[in-house]
Write a new protein. Structure first.
Length: 345
């Protein structure tokens, strides 16, 4: 297993939409961790370019994360009402939105690419792929990981043959990886979830959510994880593709919360004007709402407008530091070792 061979039990979280870059993935891999690329929202051609660039920069282990496609939303009327609400809001600010549409994010083409250009790990988010998909990935030489947010999901992924599970606690930034988004979706904190899942399945677990210090890394390793997946703590690194407006928000102590306002799927981000205006009205409709707000968010990022973009961030975002990724990895390991040494024996 890859997690058993890592010099640093640190996995870069795949952060789709900009922050993930080949340079960041390579830097984490070179420092002894597992680098990750986010395939979400990329075309298959863009993914191939990023994988080539990352591989040319490191001989270390790399992973690629795929979004498992769900079904199109059946509630077109609710989507249309929310779209019109967003159109009025955007028009008042001289901005434009897109139209709702469904996409499987190039699922089959990306699977074909990864079977021919096999990274060390292929992970899946937003669902558990069928057993035959996992078996094809494993036959290509890659490990198949599935991101889970509950015990039932962990059992399903284990039964499908996943090599490891990424256990995502409620503290994590970005989208909830739940197999099915729904009203009143349970959101468990990482440590309780890690304990529940480790008592239910017998596969390696990678802990994810709010891990920004070596002490937190040590805590999840002591709780049974084989490694920690870290995202927000890397978003201020020079290798990350995080926009400047997003970086500015990460430097603050502003609170985060869960929202469906930007994409129609539950996600954690730093609260801003857009979230306050639309939280209660957003339907469960991913990826349709993602495509509605995508042009608005793109323009806002270009203009440096942090109040109109999705400021995905974990609960411990204010602990992020502007340092090279390799320094972040080394610092986490050194702090974790010191934390363990301080434990009373």
């Amino acid at each position: 297993m890859i997690v058993d061979s890592l010099r640093a039990p640190t996995v870069l979280a795949p952060m789709a939409g900009g922050p993930s870059t080949p340079e960041l993935a390579a830097a984490v891999a070179e420092a002894g961790g597992l680098g990750f690329l986010a395939a979400g929202y990329l075309t298959p051609e863009q993914l191939e370019e990023q994988l080539t660039a990352a591989r040319s920069a490191t001989a270390g282990p790399l992973g690629v994360n795929l979004f498992v496609p769900g079904a199109p939303t059946a509630d077109a009327e609710t989507v249309a009402r929310y779209t019109e609400r967003l159109r009025r809001w955007a028009t008042e600010r001289g901005a434009e939105i897109g139209e709702p549409r469904y996409s499987d994010d190039g699922w089959e083409q990306k699977l074909d690419l990864l079977r021919s250009r096999s990274p060390e790990v292929v992970s899946f988010t937003f669902g558990c792929p069928p057993r035959e998909v996992i078996e094809r990935i494993k036959a290509s030489g890659a490990e198949a990981w599935v991101t889970v947010t509950g015990v039932d999901e962990a059992r399903e992924a284990n039964a499908a043959g996943a090599d490891a599970l990424v256990v995502q606690g409620g503290e994590a930034g970005g989208h909830r990886a739940s197999f099915a988004d729904r009203a009143e979706l349970p959101v468990l904190s990482l440590l309780p979830l890690l304990q529940l899942i480790s008592s239910s399945v017998d596969v390696p677990l990678v802990a994810s959510g709010g891990i920004a210090t070596g002490g937190a890394l040590a805590a999840v390793l002591c709780a049974g994880a084989s490694a920690a997946q870290v995202g927000t703590a890397f978003m201020l690194c020079p290798e990350a593709g995080t926009s400047e407006a997003h970086r500015e928000a990460l430097r603050t102590s502003r609170a985060t919360s869960l929202t469906r306002a930007f994409t129609g799927r539950l996600a954690r981000g730093i609260r801003n004007e857009f979230m306050r205006a639309h939280d209660g009205a957003a339907p469960i409709a991913y990826p349709e709402i993602h495509y509605v707000t995508a042009p608005l968010r793109k323009a806002a990022r270009e203009q440096g407008d942090a109040e109109s973009i999705n400021l995905w961030a974990g609960e411990a975002h204010e602990l992020s530091r502007e340092r090279p990724a390799a320094e972040i990895v080394r610092g986490l390991i050194a702090e974790a070792e010191e934390s363990v040494r301080r434990l009373p024996m």
